[in-house]
Write a protein that binds this ligand. Structure first.
Ligand code: GLN
Length: 485
């Protein structure tokens, strides 16, 4: 499918209708879904109805915004009124939200056409989308491999052209890592920039919604539509939102004006040599384009993973306590008494990764261990943030690989949670510090699998990230390459 701006031009020039564009996306979905399984549910009727409304506006010569009539996919952990929202979990298999999340409401108000809800690791816990209770999504570049996770469905839908853009959520890397595995752009905005109202909570102090797109420009347009203050989210930032597309210029600012710091600690053991090569090469290219490249050190970056795996499960154990078979979702048909009903419902309704995290989180929050684990982790979180603060005193943007490897085979890590957790080594510290970051495709390995680099900026510097990413992207034609499906 074409880009947002190309489709917008086609619409206002009346070369194609929104209904025709939607039909093209729905046709592609029905052709590819048997192989890919990116969607848990496709909402064709609602999509076509929304497209007809856009066409009526165009026919009435009303002005339409950039997202009007654009087919978009939404991760199935954002509440959509009247449309099932499963979180990839059996415990929410029959949950139909009575309200709309702020982000999807914003999309609908902008006239975007929501095609359906995409597959994810259960409650966004995972790095491969294999933890879904419903299906395993394939990587469009190699169907035997995982698309990354937890927003693997959204990443695969965009990479395979089932949707033009998509929304994901990122708690420890769940937008950037699948974007890297699927060769698309994926951005986690500053914590609080995008409302979490209606996003089913996993770890509330880390969760953030963000865009997937094939280009930096489309990323900017989608971010523009979802960013902004929301009184319904108590952690929402009340700041003015810049025009994100405005910074996208063919050239970087004059020589030396943008300093990029390569994070030394991310180039250690376990890094695939080809990923290393591609990211290093990308730095050379950025240098030629006018950036000043330095090496910076974030010595406490390496504590990110253990810190995250205390804080995230702690918050998850509190957030997931509401799924007890009483108020909504799945309930076992037979039980002895109330306690038995709770226990059996949760035993059957949750998958093993979710149970593992509820147990770890309950333990780390328990009276005897709170100080030793949870409190300690919070202190280390502050130290990690300090490392970033120091780095940003020297440079404007930080760079590193997004994930240590390219997409791995389905089943390869399912029995080894620790090796699965390592996929997020480089993305997790960013969430702990609340910073914005994006994945930008920067090459392919010898198997033809996409490689991604991560660009990180200080809080609320999304424009700067997009500016640098755009100049780099335009110097290659990778974003034009598509998987053969
Ligand atoms: N893979 C990480 C986890 O399993 C991050 C998930 C996410 O960002 N939602 O928790």
């Amino acid at each position: 499918m074409a880009s947002i701006s190309e489709l917008h031009q086609q619409l206002i020039n009346k070369e194609r209708s929104a209904v025709e564009i939607t039909q093209e996306a729905l046709k592609r979905i029905s052709q590819l879904e048997p192989k890919l399984k990116s969607f848990i549910c496709v909402t064709a009727d609602k999509a076509l109805a929304q497209a007809r409304q856009v066409d009526a506006k165009i026919a009435a010569r009303e002005e339409i915004g950039p997202l009007a009539g654009i087919p978009i996919a939404v991760k199935d952990n954002m509440c959509t009124q009247g449309i099932p929202t499963t979180c990839g979990s059996k415990i929410l298999e029959n949950f139909i939200p009575p309200y709309e999340s702020t982000v999807t409401q914003k999309l609908l108000d902008a006239g975007a056409v929501i095609l359906g809800k995409t597959n994810l690791d259960e409650f966004a816990m995972g790095s491969s989308t294999e933890n879904s209770a419903y299906q395993v999504t394939a990587n469009p570049w190699d169907l035997e491999r995982v698309p990354g996770g937890s927003s693997g469905g959204s990443a695969a839908a965009v990479a395979s052209d089932e949707a033009v853009v998509a929304l994901g959520s990122d708690t420890g890397g769940s937008i950037r890592q699948p974007a890297s595995f699927c060769g698309v752009v994926g951005m986690k905005p500053t914590y609080g920039l995008v409302s979490r109202y209606g996003l089913v909570a996993y770890a509330s102090s880390l969760d953030q919604i963000g865009p997937f797109a094939r280009t930096v420009q489309d990323t900017a347009v989608l971010l523009q539509a979802i960013a902004g203050y929301d009184p319904k989210d108590s952690t929402s930032l009340n700041v003015s939102i810049p025009d994100y597309s405005k910074q996208l210029k063919p050239n970087l600012r004059p020589k030396g004006k943008i300093r990029i710091g390569l994070i030394k600690e991310t180039f250690g053991e376990g890094l695939d040599p080809l990923v290393n090569q591609s990211v290093t090469k990308a730095m050379e290219v950025l240098q030629e384009l006018g950036a000043e490249i330095q090496i910076v050190s974030c010595p406490r970056f390496r504590y990110g993973l253990p810190t995250y795996y205390i804080i995230a499960p702690s918050e998850a154990s509190a957030n997931l306590a509401r799924y007890d078979g009483v108020k909504y979702g799945f309930r076992v048909p037979k039980s002895e008494n109330l306690l038995d009903m709770y226990a059996k419902t949760r035993a059957e309704g949750f998958g093993s990764e979710v149970k593992r995290r509820i147990m770890i989180g309950t333990y780390t929050l328990s009276a005897g261990y709170y100080d030793a684990y949870y409190l300690k982790a919070q202190k280390v979180r502050t130290l990690i943030k300090e490392d970033f603060d120091k780095a940003f005193a020297q440079v404007d943007v930080l760079a590193c690989p997004t994930s240590p490897t390219t997409a791995f085979k389905a089943g390869e890590k399912t029995d080894d949670p620790l090796s699965m957790y390592l996929s997020d080594l480089m993305t997790i510290p960013v969430n702990l510090a609340g910073l914005p970051a994006l994945n930008l495709p920067c090459g392919f390995d010898q198997k033809g699998l996409p490689i991604g680099m991560q660009l990180i900026s200080n809080v609320l510097q999304e424009s700067l990230l997009l500016e640098v990413a755009y100049v780099y992207e335009q110097s290659h034609n990778w974003y034009k390459l598509k998987p053969q499906l």
